[in-house]
Design a protein around this ligand. Structure first.
Ligand SMILES: [Zn+2]
Length: 256
């Protein structure tokens, strides 16, 4: 189903479906929702219902997709688009949940044009115009040291992919400058790669040095999970992320 549904249809979906109260009450204690006001929580709840109506969540390897799994995933997807539009997720419909980490077979071309086949163990994956794949084990047992959130990470990739593929630059709003975004992210990425190569203590996961796309996805995780870290250590990036997501997540943590 397309996100391009009119207000009448959205209201009809919202009237017909609901999140079990006990599950919602359990979920709103999530770290990434810290400090949200009642209006934000109400809008998030509406987005979650519309998201679950439009997307298909399938389990792999016999995992049973419960309401708790569905709502958990939908909340993390919708927190990213709380102040954007529903159609940011319009180009794909499926989420596949594995019970634990999964093996990915893939082909890639090296610098001289030779195609190689490889396998790797991953905890999440977002395919261009395809599904988002998640590991439930990684969702329930995240690495708290670096404020990991594999769901926010993969859905951030989906937003990034809306503009010229996964390159660390999602489609920017009219009040934003592509030049500023590029400068801010390139400089911070180069500095971070230098920190990783030098073996210095890091405040975000070194995986962010893999590519500009991973840098954006990892910083998006931390922007929602531990925003004060981004604001303190990557202040220029914090400003750009706040403009893109149209959310001042650090303000939620420090009080209004
Ligand atoms: Zn990634």
């Amino acid at each position: 189903m397309s996100w391009h549904i009119n207000r009448w249809r959205r209201n009809r979906i919202l009237q017909q479906e609901e999140i079990p109260g006990s599950i919602w009450q359990k979920m709103i204690n999530m770290r990434c929702l810290n400090g949200m006001n009642p209006d934000e929580l109400r809008r998030l709840q509406e987005l979650v219902l519309l998201f679950l109506h439009a997307k298909v969540i399938n389990g792999a390897h016999d995992i049973e997709i419960t309401d708790e799994i569905r709502v958990t995933i939908a909340i993390q997807a919708c927190i990213l688009i709380l102040n954007l539009d529903l159609d940011y997720y319009d180009s794909w419909i499926e989420i596949i949940v594995y019970p634990s980490e999964f093996i990915l077979d893939y082909d890639y071309m090296d610098d001289i044009g030779v195609v190689h086949h490889d396998r790797k163990i991953v905890s999440g994956e977002a395919w261009l115009a395809g599904p988002v794949i998640l590991s439930w084990q990684q969702i329930t047992q995240p690495n708290f040291k670096y404020s990991h959130n594999v769901m926010i990470h993969e859905f951030a990739h989906k937003l990034d992919m809306l503009h010229e593929g996964a390159n660390g630059c999602p489609p920017l709003h009219a009040n934003m400058s592509a030049h500023t975004w590029h400068d801010v992210f390139s400089q911070a990425y180069a500095a971070f790669c230098h920190q990783v190569a030098s073996g210095l203590d890091l405040v975000i996961d070194s995986y962010a040095a893999e590519s500009p796309a991973e840098f954006f996805a990892v910083l998006s995780e931390v922007f929602f999970e531990s925003p004060l870290i981004v604001k303190q250590h990557f202040s220029a990036i914090y400003e750009q992320l706040a403009l893109f997501y149209r959310q001042d997540t650090a303000e939620r943590w420090t009080g209004r």
